[in-house]
Design a protein. Structure first.
Length: 488
């Protein structure tokens, strides 16, 4: 296929060149109706390119096939059989993938380190999850992706399961052995969904971890806005093989997606695919070289340890890792990651990817350069020199791996939609959670609807909030009280 083409971008250019006049949405009419104060911030180009996908980019019947051609080019670029664009983020895409594999009251095997969007999918669908535990590192207090043998065991114990879902890479950049997990699924004739929200870049350089399609996954969900050049909310899901019907997957996406997709997001996805096919190898040559130097220089700062393969990969740990996620342990500075992240934003206007009680993380991509790297390094050196101002680090009562794992006693859907009450957190132990309690980022719930709460997890969340943890999806984001199911 001709990857010099960008059908969506070309259709936008034609729309402008033809001076078309729209008597359709959007109501700003190419920006003419937009408040000048808004245009001064957003720019005129945003409004000029914000047109309908149908009767805008394409005609009334989509006879030019603009979107279909763009999706076919994306599939060809990554060796998928089918590709679908989503303008509602991977939070929608992963739900569509789940619903294409399992329906209400059916069973899906899911890694317990799944993103909250997966849990939302379980709540909406009524799918019954069979949880596969991550590989917990008790020294680092970090969850690595589940082992392939855990999925094999789950299929042996639950042969009725319709398929499996694994998150890889994690927000910390650690990766599963997707090839082995796909093989475990296929031994039972069941599909594997790979939530690769953090892996859109993986197909485009051989020194990055193997991506889902190459590993044999049946559906891969990628957030192009996270590691690619897509606008926020841009997501793509890819399909291969015959274990998931492409028409079913498309129908599930149509059920959940918007009927007013953003041409801006489509255009950015289209342009990113062309950029990666034509220049991806060279761009990631540069990015990987840059990040190797950054890692080395951060490691030389007193009190900072940069996690690498020796920390994250090996037996009982992750299978691989993405070096572009620079995870820095700052326990040597005796300060918390939460405090460090806030200090760096306040004093250096540096926004970090994620932070926890002992780590900070900088996400690099092909968009970084020497200038952005030097700003980060200068800020981290300054942080080390001012660490005394942030001491002592607030104590976060992180439970042991066994104590973090809660018992699922109700379907997530039943707990979420059933009768509930709000109780003080000190009285919530032993009750069944009716909400997600999710430290964010990275967005992996500590407690799910339907799980029985424990003192250990509640004290972890409360001490975490006091230390700077954010739990935005709770009814009470301070976790002074918790929403629980009313059990008969």
């Amino acid at each position: 296929m001709d990857h010099s083409k960008a059908p969506v971008l070309e259709a936008l250019a034609a729309y402008h060149a033809e001076h078309q006049t729209s008597f359709t949405p959007p109501g700003h009419k190419q920006g003419r109706g937009a408040d000048p104060r808004v245009r001064a911030v957003l720019g005129d180009a945003v409004f000029l390119s914000d047109v309908l996908a149908v009767s805008g980019l394409d005609d009334r019947t989509s006879s030019h096939g603009v979107l279909a051609e763009a999706q076919a080019l994306m599939a060809d670029a990554v060796d998928a059989d089918h590709t679908f664009f989503s303008t509602c983020g991977s939070s929608l895409s992963v739900k569509a993938a789940m619903l294409s594999v399992a329906g209400p009251h059916e069973t899906l095997i899911v890694g317990r380190d799944a993103h909250k969007s997966v849990v939302s999918g379980l709540i909406l669908s009524g799918v019954r999850p069979i949880w596969v535990d991550p590989q917990w590192d008790p020294e680092l207090h970090l969850a690595h992706p589940p082992a392939s043998e855990s999925f094999r065991t789950a299929f042996r114990e639950h042969p009725e399961a319709k398929g499996a879902l694994v998150t890889s890479p994690t927000p910390y950049g650690t990766c599963s052995d997707l090839t082995a997990i796909a093989a475990a699924c296929h031994e039972h004739g069941k599909p594997l969904i790979a939530d690769e929200a953090w892996g859109a870049h993986l197909p485009f350089h051989p020194d990055l971890p193997t991506w889902g399609m190459d590993a044999g996954a049946d559906v891969c969900v990628t957030s192009v806005h996270k590691m690619g050049s897509g606008l926020e909310q841009s997501s793509v899901f890819h399909l291969q093989g015959d274990l998931v019907d492409p028409h079913v997957l498309s129908a599930r996406e149509d059920l959940l997606g918007t009927t007013s997709p953003s041409s801006l997001i489509y255009a950015a996805l289209d342009g990113w695919r062309r950029q990666m096919v034509e220049h991806g190898r060279a761009l990631y040559d540069d990015a990987l070289s840059l990040v190797a130097d950054v890692r080395s220089r951060i490691a030389s700062i007193d009190g900072m340890h940069v996690h690498g393969r020796a920390d994250f990969c090996g037996p009982g740990r992750a299978f691989d890792m993405d070096p572009l996620q620079v995870i820095v342990d700052i326990t040597g500075l005796r300060i918390s990651g939460y405090g460090a992240a806030d200090w760096l934003r306040q004093h250096h206007r540096i926004n970090l990817h994620l932070s926890d009680h002992r780590r900070i993380s900088a996400q690099f991509s092909h968009g970084d350069d020497e200038r952005s790297a030097e700003r980060l390094l200068a800020a981290l050196e300054d942080l080390a020199q001012h660490a005394e101002e942030l001491r002592p680090a607030p104590e976060v009562r992180v439970p042991s791996p066994a104590e973090l794992r809660l018992e699922q006693v109700m379907l997530p859907r039943d707990a979420f939609f059933g009768p509930t009450e709000q109780v003080p957190w000190r009285r919530a132990a032993g009750r069944v959670s009716a909400e997600m309690l999710t430290p964010y980022p990275p967005g992996i719930p500590a407690a799910l609807p339907g799980e029985r709460l424990s003192d250990e997890v509640l004290h972890y969340l409360r001490s975490g909030v006091d230390a700077g943890m954010v739990v935005p999806d709770a009814v009470d984001s301070e976790v002074q009280s918790v929403r629980v199911a009313v059990e008969e």
